[in-house]
Design a protein around this ligand. Sequence first.
Ligand SMILES: C[S@@+](CC[C@H](N)C(=O)[O-])C[C@H]1O[C@@H](n2cnc3c(N)ncnc32)[C@H](O)[C@@H]1O
Length: 232
Amino acid sequence: MNLSVSPRLLACCGFIQPNARVADIGCDHGYLGIYLLKNKIASSVIAADVNEGPLQSAIRNAEKFGVREQMTFYLSDGFRNIPRDFDVAVCAGMGADTMISILDAAPWLKDSRYGLILQCQSKTPMLRQYLSEKGWYIYKELVIRDGKFLYTVMEVHWKPGFPLTCGECYFPPAIQENPSQEGLEYYRWVKNGLIKIINGRGPTADPVIVKALQELEELKHDPDLAWLKEER
Ligand SMILES: C[S@@+](CC[C@H](N)C(=O)[O-])C[C@H]1O[C@@H](n2cnc3c(N)ncnc32)[C@H](O)[C@@H]1O
């Protein structure tokens, strides 16, 4: 039986190295892990969810698609109840607040042996700021389109000493390094969001937001980032 997954989840799967042992935190339906096993990308998958209903649905789906034996299932708030023998953890479809509380509760993840694949649904600049302040480094971040929405997926490793500026928290170097139409649209979308906030606040606008917008405007003049020149 074939499993088709959304472009958003497919993009997360694209970050997984062959034979990786994967932990899917907040697995819900379990499709990410099932896809990785059915396509012989991951060697094993830990599927965890804080809620019983989604976890049961992941177990049912794993049985339906014939990969139940290669998956282990845990009712777990973040990493709390899961074993630590995995290579890469995926957190997808959650907001920055949830991801930050999950990462804060698992300081043992701060180890170069682990990789994180994060697909954040809201307040992504806040997540990037948190990661950069705590010593997590965004190696790669891709902007992808799923229906009418743009999402980003980032690959993160423990590597302290590379803080992001406020502008980079909105449009990080890891995206700047990968020219794409989606990246350009994301750049415009982020910039327009900042302009709206500033216009709404007038002279009382948060100086951090003003500085972030200034940084983003300056990127257009960087010859290495010619792809950000707006043709309109
Ligand atoms: C919107 S779904 C995303 C499912 C899937 N990862 C995806 O991207 O399609 C979010 C899932 O995360 C689970 N979740 C929320 N907070 C969690 C936490 N602290 N620990 C583990 N799972 C959590 C929810 O129960 C839900 O099943």
